[in-house]
Design a protein around this ligand. Sequence first.
Ligand code: F6R
Length: 586
Amino acid sequence: MCGIFGYVGNKQQAADIVLEGLKLLEYRGYDSWGIAVKQGKKLVYEKHVGKIGDAKINLPQSALGIGHTRWATHGGVTEKNAHPHMDCTKTIAVVHNGIVENFQELKEELIEKGHKFISETDTEVIPHLVEENLKHEGFSSSVRDAFNLLKGLNAVVIANAVSKEIVAAKTGSPLICGIGDEELLVASDASAIVKHTKKVIFLKDNEMVIMGKDVQLLSLPEGKKLEVKPERITWSFEISTKGDFSDFMIKEIHEQPNVIRNIAENYSSQVEKLAKDVQRAKGTFFIGAGTASYAALAGTYMFSKIAKKHINTSVASEFNYLEDFLTKDSLIIALSQSGETIDVVEPLIRAKEKGCKIIAITNTLGSTIYRMADCNMLLNAGPEKAVASTKAYIAKVSVILMLAYSLVGQIEKARNILLKTADEIRRLLSKKTVDQIKTIAKALSKTKNIYAIGRGASYSSALEAALKIKEVSYVPTEGLAGGELKHGTIALISKGTPCIVFAPQDETYGSIISNAIEIKSRGGMIIGIGFKKEEVFDHFIEVKDVDSGSYMAQVVVAQLLAYNMAIELRLDPDKPRNLAKSVTVK
Ligand code: F6R
């Protein structure tokens, strides 16, 4: 949530460097944005409402600048509420990710001391607190003392025009500091830094970094100096750009065959190790949010079917209310693309307190969940930039599929299935199939509501299909288990109501086709996704049977449907309204 970027170095184009960084971070929030740069002993800024797009800025040459792209929490979407926020003297500027829970009382105290507030945000207390502290101490300790007063989980980047420094500090939300050649950068995501340098420090919670002529790392509570141990980013800048594709979402959909292939070819030993943990545990739980929770649900079905083992699944935000029966022998497998989702972090904190073992399956090296875990499995799907998750879903399900087979000593079988699945997805991405999908997307984009049904592991495909369609096309779509239709929702089917039916070659086939017939006899329009054309289907997209890999291939069809509906409706598939990638607030 919210993208943060900062630059201090020997180049005079700080404003352009920050703007370019913000463009790469815009997927994290895009209702407004702003940049501040040092000019003499002051900071000057520009703020705008809306997406950055091809915006140009009109700020002076400078070697120090910070910027922010916002997903509003406190205060409406206005220029005044856009970051950076300044102190009264315009020497301090702050960009912030998180929520200052005690901002109201801090603001009242600061107003009493004569500070003038311009915005309705919680953030604005921070520059004024720093300004107040600067009256009696240096910059870094002013920031530290101010930051230690904030309640909640926060990440800030603070510029000082007088000391020519930037300080970044965090108790939550990611911050990565890049160490370049006579320049230092800080950002919410390594993909915004990698063009400048691959040498980075992933800030841990309760750490702060002082960036000036050199870089210093300090612990936030005590101000103790910490050793700087940079890590190297292993992927290249090109991976985090659109390349020849018009949008990140379609680029990421196309990357999926390679993502699966990579897991099939390189994950056997990691998966086998993980399987041992699952075998040892007395009670294993998958948790995740949104798309990750549907990957978890697909996993539960796969474990039951393939490994004959029950794994509990919970939406992460609900897991807190189910945690009473956790013991030190419980195993929690947290699924998260970003590794930052607060709804996943919170139950993990509690599970850790109970002594449970935590395994993280994430796509982000150094992320909060990555660091909290006892064991990690990185998806290595490359940066996922479109807000709607695609390749991370496929990567998570691939790992879970391998894990399920590994538990019954059939990892080779899993690898073969994954390789076949990658080929089938490649076929689905061919012009022929995509053209068919585009025709259906055109019809669907004109409808008021859509239903998606599946049974067994395809139930999770139905939920994921509905989520993808909702978030990028805004057409209300409900995903449900085929058997549930007759318990209420069938009342909503009338002439022409579209229903996507996932009908793979498995034990659910007969029953799901019966459900399709029930919908059809009430006038519904059936879009069948499966291995065989049936008379009941008004439209049909063939997904060849690739064993349990079919549950992934059929989701790719839904991703393509959702994407093409967004294009048909002239919507931006990468940045759906009201959403942000990486949800770090509750
Ligand atoms: C949907 C989507 C979200 C995320 C959810 C969890 O397309 O992207 O539902 O899946 O916010 O995010 P991560 O996986 O980063 O924890």
